[in-house]
Ligand binder design. Structure first.
Ligand SMILES: Cc1cc2nc3c(=O)[nH]c(=O)nc-3n(C[C@H](O)[C@H](O)[C@H](O)COP(=O)(O)O)c2cc1C
Length: 192
């Protein structure tokens, strides 16, 4: 993105709730993940990511529920950031489950994929103690905005979603809801 292109992407970004049935391409999802939370630099032997992180402790994990992406089977995946790879958590069609868990918001079953951000607070506690939870939520916000912009830069749509049933989402992702818990969702897909 040039400076002008970046400015236009930021100014034009909107929440998209209407998606085409045409699948997303694998490379589009890979680019969204890389720009949203991927490794962008090495400092003193430690990886740095596209989103800022207090103390570079990175408490946020990213999961992807694939609904309609060419070349990737439907299912729940964990994004392995260091290897830039999707690890299968469970295969299957989760379109209606995600809609139900997000209080009936239909577009969450019609988009290409849904990103789920979880927080592992313990990663920050030794350094930030009681501020850890707040810092983690702020970081999820940075990552979410990256997701919006990574989608918009490729002509894709995105919509951040906070209205979801915590226990059911955590169970679908295979996290315990205590040590690791979902904090934010982001629909991504080809706009209608
Ligand atoms: C934390 C957060 C939670 C949100 N939750 C939802 C949601 O559950 N459903 C939805 O359709 N939009 C949701 N949104 C998107 C907002 O409705 C949207 O950003 C707002 O209407 C402004 O529109 P814009 O993003 O197109 O500028 C959420 C946004 C944020 C930041």
């Amino acid at each position: 993105m040039t400076g002008e292109g970046a400015a236009r992407t930021i100014a034009d970004r909107r929440s998209t709730r209407s998606y085409s049935s045409e699948p997303m391409r694998e490379v589009e999802l890979a680019t969204v993940l890389m720009l949203t939370t991927g490794i962008s630099a090495d400092r003193w032997g430690n990886a740095r990511r596209t989103a800022p992180s207090s103390g570079a402790l990175y408490p946020i994990e990213t999961y992807v529920v694939v609904h309609n992406v060419d070349g990737i089977a439907r299912g729940v995946y964990h994004y392995a950031i260091r290897d830039h790879e999707l690890e299968l958590v469970r295969a299957g069609d989760f379109r209606s489950a995600v809609v139900d868990q997000a209080i009936g918001q239909e577009f969450l079953g019609e988009c290409g994929a849904v990103l789920f951000l979880t927080q592992i607070v313990q990663r920050m506690r030794p350094k930030y103690q009681d501020r850890s939870y707040r810092y983690g939520l702020l970081e999820a916000g940075h990552i979410g905005e990256n997701g919006y912009l990574a989608a918009a830069a490729q002509g894709l749509g995105a919509c951040g979603v906070g209205a979801f049933m915590d226990d059911q989402i955590n169970e679908m992702l295979g996290v315990d809801g205590v040590e690791e818990a979902a904090v934010y969702m982001l629909a991504i897909g080809r706009p209608a």
